[in-house]
Design a protein around this ligand. Structure first.
Ligand SMILES: [Fe+2]
Ligand SMILES: [Fe+2]
Length: 290
């Protein structure tokens, strides 16, 4: 059960969500009118499509998970936050679909990047609400926020830049939902369940890398340094975990270890800097023993 304080904050997320509701169809049309449509090269359109097709299907996963949480959680304030999130994710899904259609690209789910598909399925198929909250709110959402911010700051397509501002505003509430409510869920779990959760998280965390590697060419096409995406996502995910730990009044138990392995895993797999495998292996080993 959430404490009175976190309960008020969770219900507050619902009310904030209601105050900040936006009409996706209307807003997208305003963006198009303001910027005179989408005027970008075919190469940039392909790169944006590669990245945002993952976001599109990630939005659907977030919609399904938040809807499941709205029925599975016991706490009514948390249920309000989950319901509000489900409403936001439905909007994100249809607006992103409309935007990708405007790019002139088809985005069927069966063509989804297979690494992203595996990562999202891992969270959708999770067998406990703690895993759904941790996986979606504290891994997927911070990763999505990272991509939004980096692409928005490059201002490759002003229509997308304006859209992403609205997405980011909503997604920040969804991360807050996880950091506020996961501590209450953890309190009711046994040591064995928590251990199972940390192992599940570690394995899930490692699955993100193949998505980032598979997007390296698209990032480079857009003038984005692939390493900066990893570093920024790492920072946001660690921050979300630390916020959760703060809410529990503890230090997050595995943060340092997870981050060391994470850095090593990144070094090992990245090909964007054209280092030999041996050099990447040495860098990875240095990260683990640092
Ligand atoms: Fe979303
Ligand atoms: Fe979200």
């Amino acid at each position: 059960m959430a404490t009175k304080n976190s309960g008020d904050k969770l219900a507050g997320l619902y009310h904030k969500g209601q105050d900040k509701i936006w009409d996706g169809k209307k807003y997208l049309k305003e963006c198009i009118d303001r910027h005179g449509g989408i005027n970008i090269s075919e190469e940039n359109a392909d790169a944006l499509h590669n990245i945002f097709m993952i976001i599109l299907w990630g939005e659907l996963a977030a919609w399904k998970i938040s809807s499941a949480l709205a029925t599975e959680l016991d706490d009514n304030s948390a249920r309000m936050a989950a319901t509000s999130q489900a409403h936001d994710e439905a909007r994100h899904f249809y607006v992103m679909k409309d935007y990708l259609d405007l790019l002139g690209k088809e985005s069927p789910q069966e063509d989804l990047n297979r690494h992203a598909d595996r990562f999202l399925s891992y969270i959708l198929d999770a067998n406990h609400i703690s895993k759904k909250l941790l996986g979606m709110q504290l891994m997927v959402e911070p990763l999505a926020l990272t991509l939004f911010k980096i692409v928005r700051e490059k201002n490759i397509d002003p229509v997308l830049t304006d859209l992403l501002l609205m997405f980011e505003r909503d997604e920040a509430r969804h991360v807050a939902f996880g950091t506020l409510h996961l501590p209450a869920v953890l309190k009711d779990m046994s040591i064995a369940q928590r251990t199972d959760l940390w192992i599940w998280q570690f394995l899930g965390y490692m699955k993100q890398f193949k998505i980032l590697y598979s997007l390296e060419d698209s990032f480079e096409q857009l003038g984005i340094e692939p390493r900066s995406v990893y570093e920024s996502a790492r920072k946001k995910q660690l921050h979300a975990l630390n916020m959760m730990a703060e809410e529990m009044g503890i230090k997050y138990p595995l943060a340092e270890t997870v981050m060391k392995f994470s850095d090593a895993r990144y070094e090992l797999g990245t090909s964007s800097e054209k280092r030999s495998y041996l050099k990447r292996l040495i860098r990875a080993t240095e990260k683990v023993i640092a």
